[in-house]
Write a protein that binds this ligand. Structure first.
Ligand SMILES: [Zn+2]
Ligand SMILES: [Zn+2]
Length: 317
């Protein structure tokens, strides 16, 4: 745990995913305690979080406000637990219709995901185990039942600080970053990360052009006065403008590589194998597929590609 500013703490919590750790942020002041993100319900994550809170003389029930950046399990998983103990939970309004519902109506979403994968050339054996993986994740996720919808630009006064909610879709449709305007500090969630490019995927339930959303979010953040961004994983980002440029360049290179691969019509699954030729576990493969599909749909919606099917295949316009 680290105190970043008086009353603003960084709480790194272990997660059973490749990124290893999720960063939560705790604000304490004026008799109020707020958490930004919640980790998920593994024994290790809960235990770590309990220890951090105890160091500050607090327990789970002392958290009055929980601000969720997005619905991914490592950020959102304990949402319902804090809500059950009396916390007010905030979530962006766009997340209500999509990411949040993903946890509330899993069967409908699994059905739609299955169809999307198959329509885009995914072989059935690549989907083996997907239901089991999802069931395991759901055991670790407690969705909040009555979250309060957040609107873009809304200012919250919590724990003696003013935080502006910035809708920054792309990595998740209803992703928000929390901006402490006075301090010029951004609690960035997964909108930009120090060491890796945040996954931008098109899934069965996402908005139609997540990469376009993501690039617009980067641009928006790059234009703000930000001294430092504290993100959902890894270390702080001192130069947001430069990091945004790097991430944009990374996606532009990938778009170019895809166009170069499309000398004949191909489906998204086979293109994802060429774009991400490295060895990946089944979950990693599905992320690679969703990321490839987001890039293909970006190019299609820019008029550079055509799509035929289903089953869908892409070709240069
Ligand atoms: Zn995420
Ligand atoms: Zn994350």
């Amino acid at each position: 745990m680290k105190e970043l500013l008086p009353g603003l703490y960084l709480l790194p919590v272990p997660i059973p995913y490749p990124l290893k750790t999720v960063n939560l942020y705790l604000l304490k002041g004026k008799g109020e305690v707020a958490l930004v993100d919640s980790a998920l319900a593994t024994r290790t994550a809960r235990g770590t979080l309990e220890l951090y809170l105890a160091e500050l003389g607090l327990c789970f029930a002392d958290v009055n406000v929980l601000l969720l950046t997005h619905h991914h399990p490592d950020h959102y998983g304990l949402g319902g637990v804090f809500e059950g103990l009396g916390a007010r939970v905030y979530l962006h309004e766009e997340e209500f219709a999509r990411g949040h519902r993903f946890w509330l109506e899993p069967e409908a979403f699994e059905e739609a995901s299955w169809r999307l994968f198959l329509d885009h050339g995914t072989p059935e054996e690549a989907l083996l185990g997907i239901r089991e993986t999802m069931a395991k994740t759901r055991e670790r996720v407690h969705p909040p039942r009555r979250p309060v919808p957040l609107k873009d630009g809304e200012v919250l006064e919590v724990a003696g600080r003013r935080l502006r909610a910035l809708w920054t879709p792309g990595h998740a449709d209803g992703h928000v970053a929390f901006y402490l305007e006075e301090e010029e500090v951004l609690l960035a969630g997964d909108a930009l990360l120090e060491r890796v490019s945040p996954n931008v995927g098109l899934w069965a339930y996402t908005r139609e052009n997540p990469l376009k959303d993501f690039l617009a979010s980067l641009k928006r953040l790059a234009e703000l006065p930000i001294r430092v961004a504290h993100a959902g994983h890894f270390g702080p980002i001192g130069d947001v403008r430069q990091r945004a440029e790097e991430l944009k360049a990374h996606h532009e290179a990938r778009l170019k590589a895809l166009l170069a691969l499309l000398d004949h019509p191909q489906d998204a699954w086979s293109l994802s194998l060429k774009l991400f030729p490295q060895e990946l576990d089944p979950a990693g493969r599905r992320f690679a597929f969703a990321e490839t599909l987001a890039h293909l749909e970006y190019l299609r919606q820019e008029g550079l590609l055509l799509r035929e099917g289903p089953p869908f295949r892409y070709l240069r316009a």
